[in-house]
Design a binder for this molecule. Structure first.
Ligand code: MTE
Ligand code: MO
Length: 249
């Protein structure tokens, strides 16, 4: 697994480096300054802090009384309404893509795996934060079980919701995928995740900004590169033009 992490990091740097350069080459000065700042931010994080560092964890007294919902607050479909009504008994999470052994899990199976609970601060780029206690299996356990193939460099998260007529999705490199605080949460503050916060499953990727934390999670896919997914920038907001792919905090 150490090898996989190292390889993922190198591939991530290579892929991002290439992306940033091609953007600078073909864009105006404002955009290149922005990309250069992002490059600097990323490099500073890697060298000064270390990508494996844990995000701060808090205690129960610090919990926000109401964890705000943002972006999609539900999934607008009859299927989701009936899933919600029957406690997500038929919801399945698919684990596939570039893996040796794809599989899927029911909510009951997800609850029966070994769990991590963490009280962390969610930071949204729009300028608000909230502290919540999240519980679920570590993504690394699922990836180990699926046996990620050597060609895979990124993990893509697929979501059930559609926002501005596009399916929400996100992606991370192998460093964040294998980070111990990257979990597939099914509980918020000890209760099943509320509808507005991504019921029944959402990612927690604690070293990344809020938009990376995919809600209404349906599938996890290992891929070699991000070019063929969505508009090719690695996530809903990245494609939409607002935010950069690397959202490390
Ligand atoms: N599927 C999906 N995931 C999503 C979003 C969304 O609209 N759809 N919004 C993102 C953004 S910008 C933030 S800040 C958080 C908000 O999570 P919350 O609703 O629990 O506050 O979810 C992220 N994940
Ligand atoms: Mo956000």
């Amino acid at each position: 697994m150490a090898d996989l992490k190292r390889r993922g990091l190198l591939a991530g740097i290579a892929a991002l480096g290439a992306g940033a350069c091609s953007k600078i080459a073909g864009s105006d000065t404002g955009q290149s300054l922005f990309d250069t700042a992002e490059e600097w931010h990323r490099a500073a994080h890697r060298t000064l802090a270390g990508r494996q560092r844990l995000a701060p964890e808090f205690s129960r007294e610090d919990l926000s009384p109401n964890f705000k919902g943002n972006g999609s607050l539900t999934v607008d479909s009859d299927a989701y309404r009936s899933d919600l009504a029957n406690g997500f008994a038929n919801w399945r999470l698919e684990i596939g893509g570039l893996v040796e052994a794809p599989f899927s899990l029911s909510m009951e199976e997800i609850r029966s795996l070994s769990q991590r609970t963490q009280i962390t601060r969610h930071d949204c780029v729009e300028g608000w934060s909230a502290i919540g206690e999240w519980t679920g299996p570590q993504l690394s356990d699922l990836l180990d079980r699926a046996r990620v193939r050597p060609e895979a460099n990124f993990i893509v998260f697929r979501c059930a919701d559609v926002l501005y007529e596009r399916e929400y999705y996100e992606s991370v490199d192998m460093v964040d995928a294998y980070h111990p605080q990257t979990i597939i949460a099914h509980l918020l503050n000890g209760e099943p995740i509320p509808e507005k916060n991504g019921a029944p499953l959402r990612m927690r990727i604690e070293r990344q900004l809020g938009y990376k934390h995919a809600k209404y999670l349906t599938a996890i896919e290992a891929v070699a590169d991000l070019a063929d997914i969505g508009d090719g920038k690695g996530g809903f907001w990245e494609d939409y033009g607002n935010y950069q792919w690397y959202a490390g905090i």
